[in-house]
Design a protein around this ligand. Structure first.
Ligand SMILES: Nc1ncnc2c1ncn2[C@@H]1O[C@H](COP(=O)(O)OP(=O)(O)OP(=O)(O)O)[C@@H](O)[C@H]1O
Ligand SMILES: [Mg+2]
Length: 233
C-alpha cells in the first residue's frame, strides 16, 4: 500500500522553479531516503508533503487520502531541518508541551516523556534548559518530539546532521526499531553510509528534478557513491 503519493508536483519560489513535475510513491513499511545535493529541493518537497507550503499544481496523497486530513495529521511525526525550540523550557517541559497536542492522560504523558528522554540518550539532561543543550542534544530532543505520538509515518529532515558517531548510531538504531514496529520513515539526508545501512529505497533529486526514483538499495550494483554521483552528474 502507498503511504505517500506525489504526482506531478510543481513549486516555484520568487519566480524560480524549485520542484519540477515531481512524482514518486513511498510504500508502507519503507525506510525511504531522499537525497541529494544542497539546494536540490529536499526540504521544499518535505514541506509540500507536510502542507507547510503549497505547491502550484499537485496531487499529493497520504495514507491514500487527499492530502492532509485531520486524521492523517494525527498519525504523522515531523522533525524539521532547523528545529525552532522554546529554549526557556527544559527538555522534559518541551516534550510535555508537545505531548499536550495529543490526547494523553497527565501521568501517561509524564511516563512517555521519561521513556523518550531515555530513548534519545538525554536521561540526565531532561531538566536542563534547552539553551544549555549542544547542537547534537537539540537534534535528539527534536527527534523525541517527532515520535511522541508514535506516528505511523515519520518525516525527518537531516536527522543525523550535527550528531557524533554515538548519536548517529543511536538515531539509526531508533529508526530501525520504529520501522520494525510499523512506522514508515521518509528522511532527507546527505550521508551515504546511513543510507546504505538503513534505507530500503532512495530517490534522488537534483535541481528540482527527480533523477532516480524509488531505487531499491539492494538492486544497486557496486559502490553507492559512484551510482549516486553518476546520477546527478
Ligand atoms: N523561501 C525561499 N525563497 C526563495 N527560494 C528558496 C526559498 N527556500 C528555498 N529556496 C530555494 O529552493 C531551492 C531548494 O531548497 P531546499 O531548501 O529545498 O534544498 P535542500 O535540498 O533541502 O538543500 P540542503 O541540502 O542544503 O538542505 C534552493 O535553490 C533554494 O535557494
Ligand atoms: Mg534541506
Amino acid at each position: 500500500m502507498s503511504i505517500i503519493e506525489l504526482h506531478k508536483v510543481n513549486k516555484s519560489l520568487t519566480g524560480k522553479t524549485i520542484l519540477h513535475n515531481l512524482s514518486f510513491e513511498v510504500k508502507q513499511g519503507d525506510i525511504y531516503g531522499f537525497l541529494w545535493p544542497n539546494g536540490a529541493g529536499k526540504t521544499t518537497t518535505m514541506k509540500c508533503i507536510m502542507g507547510l507550503i503549497k505547491p502550484e499544481s499537485w496531487t499529493i496523497k497520504i495514507f491514500g487520502e487527499e492530502w492532509l486530513t485531520i486524521n492523517a495529521r494525527k498519525e504523522i511525526g515531523f522533525m524539521p531541518e532547523n528545529t525552532y525550540l522554546y529554549k526557556h523550557l527544559t527538555g522534559r517541559e518541551f516534550l510535555e508541551f508537545n505531548g499536550r497536542f495529543f490526547s494523553f492522560e497527565k501521568d501517561e504523558l509524564k511516563e512517555k516523556v521519561k521513556n523518550l528522554l531515555k530513548k534519545v540518550g538525554l536521561k540526565d539532561a531532561g531538566d536542563k534548559l534547552l539553551w544549555e543543550y549542544s547542537k547534537g542534544m537539540l537534534q535528539r530532543i527534536g527527534l523525541a518530539q517527532a515520535i511522541i505520538n508514535e506516528p505511523k509515518l515519520l518525516f525527518l529532515d537531516e536527522p543525523m546532521s550535527g550528531l557524533d558517531p554515538i548519536g548517529r548510531k543511536m538515531v539509526k538504531d531508533l529508526l530501525v526499531e520504529l520501522n520494525q514496529a510499523g512506522t514508515t520513515i521518509f528522511f532527507n539526508t546527505h550521508i551515504l553510509a546511513d543510507v546504505e545501512s538503513i534505507c530500503h529505497k532512495v530517490s534522488i533529486i537534483n535541481k528540482g528534478v527527480l533523477v532516480v526514483e524509488s531505487k531499491k538499495i539492494k538492486d544497486i550494483d557496486g559502490s553507492l557513491e559512484d551510482f549516486f554521483i553518476e546520477s546527478v552528474s
